[in-house]
Design a protein around this ligand. Structure first.
Ligand SMILES: [Zn+2]
Length: 254
């Protein structure tokens, strides 16, 4: 039986509107499980609804830094209430994105800090998005003093890889690691200890080679798993077992 587990997908995305039931049924058949990651109140509710129908689907509830400027305090309260749900296994997606800067940086920082504090109170792992914002990320995380979670779709340098590992974080890797021109991602991946690696797709974005450019699907984690196994010189089965164990540990999956 497969242990392939996708720790990061967004199956509420409109790219699945045409065939969502079929996609979810296929995920249920082909994967050990997957996590649907909320990015605002509406999508976090959609994640919860998917979990109610598909027992292998876990979810998280959070507000993405892109949406920092659009949420209200009431929304955020409801996002936090969803954290109490049985199948909700993490807080997020939360973090900082200075690459796109869709929301003012100060708002991103305030929202990140707020979500981090609540996660700390509830002792829940965090799904964290950091893009070109590692210095402020360290500042905030050290101020709150909470180091429980994953830096998803890791895009930091070798130095950042060391910084996050020193703080006890996991690093999530997806399609990027399979692309030709991403040697720096593979270099960072190589210094992450095996017990801190997570497998993810970030569906519908960033489909791995050989599906690059197409709509991504959670069961494409297989291509990513194969690439990771090749890089670390172990078998795909070993890599799948390691990454599933890591997901189980971080997210306390039953
Ligand atoms: Zn995401």
């Amino acid at each position: 039986m497969t242990l392939l587990f996708d720790t990061h997908s967004h199956l509420y995305d409109e790219k699945y509107d045409e065939d969502r039931e079929a996609v979810l049924t296929e995920c249920q058949e082909k994967l050990k499980g997957w996590i649907n990651v909320g990015a605002d109140l509406a999508s976090s509710i959609q994640c919860k609804d998917i979990s109610a129908k598909f027992p292998s689907s876990f979810f998280s509830s959070g507000v993405h830094p892109h949406d920092a400027k659009d949420h209200s305090m009431q929304d955020l309260e409801k996002v936090f209430e969803l954290l109490e749900h049985d199948q909700c296994i993490a807080s997020g997606e939360m973090g900082l994105d200075y690459f796109y800067d869709f929301s003012p940086r100060q708002l991103q920082q305030d929202l990140f800090k707020e979500q981090l504090k609540v996660a700390k109170e509830k002792n829940m792992p965090c799904i964290i998005h950091v893009r070109e914002a590692f210095e402020d990320f360290y500042k905030i995380i050290d101020e709150v003093g909470y180091y429980n979670g994953v830096i998803h779709c890791f895009t930091g340098t070798l130095h950042d890889a060391k910084e996050i590992i020193d703080r006890g974080f996991y690093a999530g890797f997806g399609g990027l690691i399979t692309f030709k021109k991403t040697q720096e991602i593979r270099d960072a991946f190589m210094v992450i200890p095996n017990d801190k690696i997570l497998l993810e797709t970030d569906s519908p974005y960033m489909a791995p080679t050989p599906k690059r450019g197409k709509r991504n699907l959670p069961y494409y984690v297989e291509y990513i798993n194969n690439k990771m196994a090749e890089l670390k010189e172990i078998t795909p089965d070993e890599m799948m077992t390691i990454t599933y164990q890591n997901a189980k540990t971080l997210f306390s999956l039953k």
